[in-house]
Write a protein that binds this ligand. Structure first.
Ligand code: NAD
Length: 248
């Protein structure tokens, strides 16, 4: 049966890899992006070239109207929704809590917490068997920062991911008997451009000596974990916080 998946922030990095692998697994893919239309379209073309189906949908995860429009677009253009990956996320420049402005905190929490909540809400409305839906899966991309706390760097980011962990646990219990599994992947340090947005492009090189496996992770290693959690192979897994972090 045809089914679709929404991957937020899928124009690059971990989200892009999840979108490509989801298409390989047979999902029709909504490649969400905020500003990089060209990169999102490139992901769509890559999926189509391999024989899959995908659409690029612009939506800012910090804006509710955008999120509603994204889900409505998927309702009309793709197969019934079966899965959501809350992947979009931001870090800010490294700073101690004492120097964090209200604007920074609002931006961090609206993007990393409120957006995933609203997406989860819209997904549950469509997936819940109690509401006539087919059931399905939600994977939240959290971070090991949620348990490390990221002092002097990104306590705001770590706190946002801890909120995502709590949402994963609570929502998983709320929807466990209406056909929906909710899990989180907690990446360690992964080679993506997020570190440049935080002002330190080579962060993985600096931090990798603290990783027991002595290396950074690749986006595909996170994507494989997310797709496994969505798969039938994980049919009895819900509320799990899966660290994919080289042992860190
Ligand atoms: P990335 O910066 O390459 O990707 C993040 C994506 O989210 C980008 O495409 C960005 O445009 C998008 N995005 C940001 N704000 C958005 C918004 N308001 N609306 C829609 N899209 C938005 O970084 P990544 O490393 O691929 O990050 C993916 C996820 O993995 C994030 O949630 C991040 O916190 C998490 N993570 C990454 C690492 C790492 O080391 N790379 C570690 C732990 C967790």
């Amino acid at each position: 049966m045809e089914r679709s998946i929404i991957v937020t922030g899928a124009s690059r990095g971990i989200g892009r890899s999840i979108a490509l692998k989801a298409a390989e697994k047979g999902y029709q893919v909504c490649v969400n992006y905020k500003g990089a239309a060209d990169k999102a379209e490139a992901v769509v073309r890559e999926i189509e070239a391999a024989g899959g189906t995908a659409i690029a949908v612009q939506a800012d995860m910090a804006i509710e109207a955008d999120i509603l429009r994204m889900f409505e677009t998927v309702d009309t253009k793709l197969a019934p929704l079966a899965a959501l990956v809350n992947n979009a996320g931001i870090v800010d420049k490294a700073a101690p809590v004492a120097d964090m402005s209200l604007a920074r905190l609002n931006r961090m929490f609206s993007t990393n917490i409120t957006g995933p909540f609203l997406c989860a809400r819209e997904a549950v409305k469509r997936l819940s068997t109690a509401r006539g839906g087919p059931g399905g899966g939600i994977v939240n991309i959290s971070s090991v920062a949620a348990r490390l706390g990221s002092p002097n760097e990104y306590v705001d980011y770590a706190a946002s991911k801890a909120a995502i962990d709590a949402m994963t646990i609570g929502l998983s219990k709320e929807v466990a008997n209406v056909g929906i599994r909710v899990n989180a992947v907690r990446p360690g340090v992964i080679y993506t451009e997020i570190h440049a947005s935080g002002g330190e492009p080579d962060r993985v090189e600096r931090v990798k000596s603290m990783v027991p496996m002595q290396r950074g992770g690749e986006v595909e290693e996170i994507a494989d974990a997310a797709l496994w959690l969505l798969s039938e192979e994980a049919s009895y897994v819900t509320g799990a916080l899966l660290d994919v972090s080289g042992g860190r």
